[in-house]
Design a protein around this ligand. Structure first.
Ligand code: 7TS
Length: 406
């Protein structure tokens, strides 16, 4: 992987921030965009822009072809059987909400259980809390092991014959834990439950094969994988999507409208009410081309090398507390002694280094870690070992800056 030529594909990275060359270590929040994605969106608006699935004029047909072409690229990217199983939406949050509002609220009763974990992002907690309140179902948590991983024994003992939904992150946005989705899916299925995977931190960083994982639903966001904001994907097995009611009603998703009743379009369009995110889908298609050309396995390998290098270097800083397991994705969450993580992030930012600080939309996990907040560095394909060196130097300077605390 020619990391420098990859980095050069991201124009935003070539700038100084607060007088130093930018080091962007916040890709778990949102990734940067390569020139090919920026140009695909630009070209769409300059030469094609029209609404889709209506009328016969040429631009409309071209826009429809681009939009549906992007769906086929997504299908191939995650190895789904059919484009009927690829629903475009705003992102992971929207996808998880569709499953909770439709599948869960339609099928669950007070005897049923929804099983999740304490490492989930709020987007994979609150929709299930709401579904549990509406249906009377019980929300249960698989406990975390001391290092922030899940044990399959705990998965087995938490999921029961009453469990109807198991919802779990592919990769934790805080700890970097990579969950054993295939094995959890097997246990869920043995008990007659469906598995819903929050793939927000999975799809951008690793090969996803929804058939090999045997997941029933998999949600992810374009903006974390080099595509524009505002576009995301919900994959669902056709047999479940077929029986689910839409959650948004209006234009684009109907077959026929009578005065008092209506029928829906076939999959996947019955879940895509209103004018869709056409330029976003075009950008996502270009992002998938870009990532596929580099190779998802190469991207994963590159991030593994960076994280191993970073962990070694960070170990040398006294008072740096790192959370999460040894084996992890490209996410390092930490605190520097008792310095507030917002202060750490501010001093790093003054050196041109962008990290996130806060609860990372994972307040139950913060409680489990017994902290109110942390700082987090997250890597992507454009990060280099020099970026890690800058982070380490930046943290050493931050420590000096707050010297009297130590
Ligand atoms: N699930 C996980 C695991 C995430 O990391 C995020 C976003 C979401 C769901 C929600 O994605 P959205 O695109 O619908 O907003 N995570 C982060 C983060 O870690 N920092 O900012 C956003």
């Amino acid at each position: 992987m020619d990391i420098l030529s990859i980095k050069n594909s991201f124009p935003i990275l070539d700038q100084e921030v607060n007088g130093s060359p930018l080091v962007y270590l916040d890709s778990a929040a949102s990734s940067q965009k390569p020139i090919s994605v920026i140009e695909a969106v630009d070209s769409y608006y300059r030469t094609v822009n029209s609404n889709v699935h209506r009328g016969v004029h040429t631009l409309g047909t071209r826009a429809t072809d681009l939009y549906e072409g992007a769906r086929e690229k997504v299908r191939r990217f995650i190895n789904a059987d059919s484009t009927a199983e690829i629903i475009f939406n705003r992102g992971t949050t929207a996808g998880l909400n569709i499953v909770a509002s439709s599948y869960a609220c339609q099928n669950l009763t007070e005897n049923d259980e929804i099983v999740i974990t304490p490492m989930e992002h709020h987007s994979n907690i609150i929709p299930w809390q709401q579904a549990a309140k509406i249906t009377g179902a019980t929300l249960k948590y698989i406990p975390l092991q001391e290092d922030g991983t899940l044990s399959l024994d705990d998965v087995r003992s938490t999921i029961t014959k009453n469990t109807k939904i198991v919802a779990v992150a592919h990769v934790s946005n805080v700890l970097g834990t990579v969950n054993p989705i295939k094995e959890i899916a097997e246990i869920a299925h043995e008990n007659g439950a469906v598995i819903v995977v929050d793939g927000a931190q999975g799809a951008p960083h690793t090969t996803v094969d929804v058939k090999a994982l045997d997941c029933d639903f998999y949600a992810f966001s374009g903006h974390k994988m080099c595509a524009p904001t505002g576009i995301g994907v919900l994959y669902g097995k056709r047999k479940y999507l077929e029986i689910m009611e839409p959650v948004e009603f209006g234009g684009e998703m109907i077959d026929f409208v009578n005065l008092y009743d209506s029928t829906w379009k076939e999959l996947p369009w019955k879940f895509e009410g209103g004018t869709p995110i056409i330029a976003g889908a075009v950008g996502l298609g270009a992002a998938i081309d870009f990532l596929t050309e580099i190779g998802m396995d190469n991207i994963y390998q590159h991030e593994q090398e960076l994280v191993a290098y970073a962990m070694e270097k960070l170990k040398t800083i006294d008072d740096l507390i790192i959370y999460g397991p040894k084996q992890r994705a490209g996410v390092i969450t930490f605190n520097l002694g008792d310095v507030h993580p917002h202060d750490v992030a501010t001093v790093l930012d003054s050196q041109g280094i962008a990290v996130r600080a806060g609860h990372h939309c994972a307040q139950p996990l913060m409680k489990w870690l017994e902290v109110t907040a942390t700082a987090r560095a997250s890597f992507y394909l454009y990060n280099t070992k020099e970026d890690v060196d800058r982070l380490v130097e930046g943290l050493i300077k931050t420590k000096e800056y707050f010297g009297d605390v130590f």
